[in-house]
Ligand binder design. Structure first.
Ligand code: BG6
Ligand code: MG
Length: 218
């Protein structure tokens, strides 16, 4: 394997709970009680697609103006949590893993659906670690479409099949698989059973294990 692509939310930082709290407030306004199970289906999904799902669950149709107002309010609410973040919010083992893989000469990319990715990386002090940042501002098609990872591989100058993607979401693992890349699920096997390998966090595997993985597609 020659290129390493990291999702942000839920892989590098535990922002999933902040997204949940912010969407829960939106759902409340629409008369829907947002459950943790529903939230699982929102992980990795773009801001616009997330609200579309919530509206479908709430069985509500709203005007474009109302839609825009709700996504703006949700983001303002979410960013109030992000404002409090520090390097202490980096998930276990991930910074050491990225630093080690870079010291071995491999390029690393961020592949995130979030439009807030650069702001969060600067907040936690990891912005300069990435050779390329592909985020919600750079893609036309959201995960599970593979576009974000395909652009990241192109920017790294590495063939898709020689890339490994680290993902915590169902949609993100599907996107990596759709790109023909090796998918590493970070989370629970119940949600990420379609990943090539699943681990709880980055302390559970070595850089050697990852670098020596075989391509799925030749
Ligand atoms: C993903 C998160 O990384 O980014 C989703 O898992 C989120 O929950 C999506 O909706 C878009 O993020 P943002 O920050 O642009 O609203
Ligand atoms: Mg994620």
């Amino acid at each position: 394997m020659k290129g390493f692509i990291f999702d942000l939310d839920g892989v590098i930082v535990d922002t999933a709970h902040f997204h949940f709290l912010a969407w829960k407030k939106t759902a409340d306004e629409l008369g829907l009680e947002l459950t943790e199970e529903m939230n699982e289906q929102l992980k990795g999904v773009s801001r616009i697609d997330s609200l579309k799902k919530i509206l479908a669950w709430a069985d509500k149709e709203i005007s474009q103006d109302h839609f825009d107002k709700l996504t703006t309010e949700k983001n303002t609410d979410y960013l109030s949590y992000v404002e409090e973040m520090t390097s202490g919010d980096i998930l276990p083992g991930v910074e050491a893993f990225i630093t080690q893989i870079k010291s071995q000469g491999y390029p690393v990319a961020l592949g995130s659906a979030s439009k807030n990715a650069p702001r969060i990386l600067k907040k936690i002090g990891l912005f300069d670690l990435f050779d390329t940042i592909v985020d919600g501002n750079s893609v036309k098609k959201a995960k599970p479409d593979p576009e974000v990872f395909v652009i990241a591989a192109g920017n790294l100058g590495v063939a898709r099949e020689e890339c490994v993607v680290f993902e915590d979401s169902e949609a993100g693992v599907t996107a990596a698989n759709n790109a023909g890349m090796v998918s590493i699920g970070i989370g629970s096997p119940e949600n990420l059973g379609h990943a090539d390998h699943v681990f709880g966090n980055f302390t559970e595997f070595s850089t050697e294990f990852i670098v020596n993985l075989e391509p799925k597609v030749k």
